[in-house]
Design a protein around this ligand. Structure first.
Ligand code: 2AM
Length: 167
C-alpha cells in the first residue's frame, strides 16, 4: 500500500482552496486538479509499506501536544505543480520533525528533504500566460493526524483514511 500521514482540512479551508482552483482555471490554467475530497496537507510520505501498525504507533508518539492552529495562505509552485501555502508554524514543523524521527526509529525510509508544507491544488499545469494566484488567509484548528492510503483506480487518485490519532 502507498501510505502517507496527513492533516485533513476544515470545510471553510476547502472552500477557499476550491476558489483558488477556480481562479487558476479562470486564468486559462489546464492540468490535473486535485478533487476537493483529496485536498490535504501531507506531514510524512511513507511510500509502499504494509506497516500500518508502525505508522499508527509513530503517530501516537508524535501526538500529545494538543491542537495546532494552522493558517492556509499564499501560493506557489514546484515546477508545474501549483500549491497553497501554510503560514509559518513552528509547532507544525516540530510535529512533522518528531513524526519523521518516530517513523525512522520504526524502520520507515524517510526522505531527508526539508519539510515544505503545502497543499497541492493541481499538477502538470500548463497556462498560456503567467498565473497570479492570491489566496486570502484562512485559519483552522488541527485536532488530529490521519493515516492515509493512496490508490489509483481507473486513472483516478483515491485517498482513504485508515486511522486517526488525536493531537
Ligand atoms: P504532493 O502533493 O506534493 O505530490 C500523497 O502522494 C501525498 O504525499 C501528496 O501530498 C504528496 O505530495 C506527498 N508526497 C511527498 N513525497 C512524495 C513522493 N516522493 N511521492 C509521492 N507523493 C509524495
Amino acid at each position: 500500500m502507498r501510505l502517507f500521514i496527513a492533516v485533513r482540512l476544515s470545510k471553510p479551508v476547502l472552500e477557499q482552496l476550491v476558489l483558488a482552483q477556480k481562479a487558476l482555471r479562470r486564468q486559462g490554467a489546464a492540468g490535473n486538479f486535485s478533487r476537493e475530497e483529496n485536498l490535504h496537507l501531507t506531514l510524512a510520505f511513507l511510500g509502499e509499506t504494509e506497516n500500518t501498525a508502525g505508522a499508527m504507533a509513530a503517530m501516537k508518539r508524535a501526538a500529545g501536544g494538543g491542537a495546532i492552529s494552522l493558517t492556509v495562505s499564499g501560493s506557489g509552485r514546484f515546477g508545474s505543480l501549483w500549491w497553497a501555502g501554510i503560514g509559518e508554524n513552528p509547532r507544525l514543523s516540530e510535529l512533522a520533525e518528531t513524526l519523521s524521527r518516530e517513523l525512522c526509529r520504526r524502520g520507515f525510509a524517510m526522505e531527508k528533504r526539508a519539510f515544505r508544507p503545502h497543499i497541492t491544488l493541481a499538477r502538470q499545469v500548463t497556462c498560456p500566460r503567467p498565473i497570479r494566484l492570491e489566496i486570502p488567509p484562512r485559519t483552522m484548528t488541527v485536532r488530529s493526524l490521519s493515516l492515509m492510503k493512496s490508490k489509483r483506480a481507473a486513472g483516478k487518485l483515491v485517498y482513504t483514511e485508515l486511522g486517526r490519532v488525536p493531537l
